[in-house]
Design a protein around this ligand. Structure first.
Ligand code: FAD
Length: 391
């Protein structure tokens, strides 16, 4: 099968692979890379305390010491404060949080954000309006990459996500509504794996980081459906962003830094009303086709419930940095779902969508992550077998 080069229309979407790759490389990737470094987009509000509702016996999640996030600065164990300099036992089987590469750096400034509403996202489990246990995290200091999180805890999360909340559909399934959630999660999973492979701890003793192409191949490129789902998720999220253009163009990206904030506004405009993008792929995904049948509303409710469960599972991720990016990207997907399919209680298509700041931050950071993944898959995909054979 053709796993090296993908051609034709991305399944259930409206654009072909080549177009996705060219708009990504020419427009989306360069703009998003700049956008996510702006003050508005680099601080994410998140409840990082691991509060797993599913496995109360989960040692990994229950051990408060394991959760670096909740400790005030002066209580942090010294090795956590100076990650990677001291020997923390990296093969500690109980507390994978203890791995220095999995800790979250909370250095941030306290600039206020203004002009945004506070609403809860009905697609996610967290109450986004509850500021009680939320902290701000500087995403630029905490890149999504290899953390060492693996084994039964990680496996249990993925198993629960797929087996209970979005089972893989059978190959003959034609009902798009039944496929959409699985494809979105699988696409996100591919993207997480691509980021692990893109920034991997190659040599722990010398703290050497770099690409692990074997991992990229074995976890993603070897499986055409995982690559296809990555492209699908990318187009789905892109459609959500373009659908919310009016809202996003008028929003205030105010952090108190005039120069930086006008740059954010300018980049957003370039992204949202980009002629190249509009000409090449005007409708990345056609959400109007979904939920039209008699069972549409019921299917939508069910999908929302499943997605909320997946969102709740993020509280069981036993590695703080993985939890941070898991929560951010699930909120980003929840925001895309809210934009495209509206929400419980506000199901009127003519009612303009209301987004809160954190949702917009999650949405654009998710799009950037997917854009990075598509770029790497496109760059390495066609030649990877040769590279691996040669190496
Ligand atoms: P896993 O990636 O754990 O996959 C488990 C099973 O799921 C596979 O055996 C396969 O059957 C199926 N599967 C795999 N990929 C797909 C796909 N794309 N679509 C459909 N099915 C698939 N680790 C880090 O190092 N850094 C991180 O930032 C990080 N973030 C994470 C975030 C979350 C929410 C979770 C649950 C885990 C995270 N992990 C992270 C752990 C990482 O995802 C893997 O679980 C871990 O590296 C072990 O990988 P594995 O080879 O056992 O396969």
């Amino acid at each position: 099968q053709d796993q090296q080069k993908y051609t034709g229309i991305v399944e259930d979407c409206c654009c072909d692979y080549e177009t996705v790759e060219s708009i990504n490389e020419e427009v989306l990737y360069p703009l998003l890379q700049k956008l996510v470094t702006t003050p508005f987009f680099r601080y994410f509000k998140v409840k990082l305390w691991c509060d797993c509702p599913f496995w109360p016996d989960d040692g990994m999640c229950r051990l408060r010491d394991c959760s670096v996030c909740e400790c005030p600065e002066n209580e942090f164990p010294e090795p956590f404060r100076k990650p990677l300099h001291r020997g923390l036992k990296s093969d500690n089987p109980v507390c994978q949080e203890g791995k220095p590469q999995s800790t979250v750096d909370r250095t941030l400034d306290s600039r206020a954000f203004r002009g945004w509403i506070e609403t809860d996202n009905p697609w996610t489990n967290d109450d986004e309006t509850d500021n009680g246990e939320m902290t701000y995290v500087n995403l630029q200091l905490n890149p999504e990459r290899y953390t060492g999180y693996s084994g039964p805890s990680a496996r249990r999360i993925w198993d629960a996500v797929y087996s209970e909340n979005c089972p893989k559909y059978s190959s003959g399934e034609i009902c798009q509504e039944k496929k959409v959630l699985y494809k979105l999660i699988s696409g996100l999973h591919s993207s997480i794996s691509v980021h692990i492979a893109a920034d991997y701890l190659l040599d722990e003793a010398n703290n050497l980081w770099g690409q692990n192409l074997e991992l990229l191949y074995n976890r993603v490129l070897k499986y055409p459906d995982r690559v296809q789902n990555l492209y699908f998720t990318f187009l789905f999220v892109l459609r959500a962003v373009t659908k919310a253009t009016d809202y996003l163009e008028q929003a205030e990206y105010d952090t108190g830094n005039k120069v930086e904030d006008s740059k954010t506004q300018f980049l957003m405009k370039q992204l949202l009303s980009n002629p190249k993008l509009q000409a090449a792929c005007p409708l990345p995904f056609d959400e109007a086709k979904l939920w039209q049948g008699q069972s549409g509303p019921q299917l939508k409710q069910q999908t929302q419930k499943q997605f909320r469960n997946i969102s709740a599972l993020m509280d069981c991720v036993g590695c703080e940095k993985c939890r941070l990016w898991g929560k951010l990207q699930v909120l980003g997907l929840g925001t895309a779902l809210k934009i495209l399919f509206s929400v419980d209680g506000h199901n009127h298509p003519d009612q303009p969508v209301q987004l809160q700041r954190n949702e917009v931050i999650a949405l654009l950071n998710l799009l950037n992550r997917l854009s990075e993944s598509v770029k790497l898959v496109h760059e390495k995909g066609p030649s990877i077998e040769k590279i691996l054979e040669g190496g």
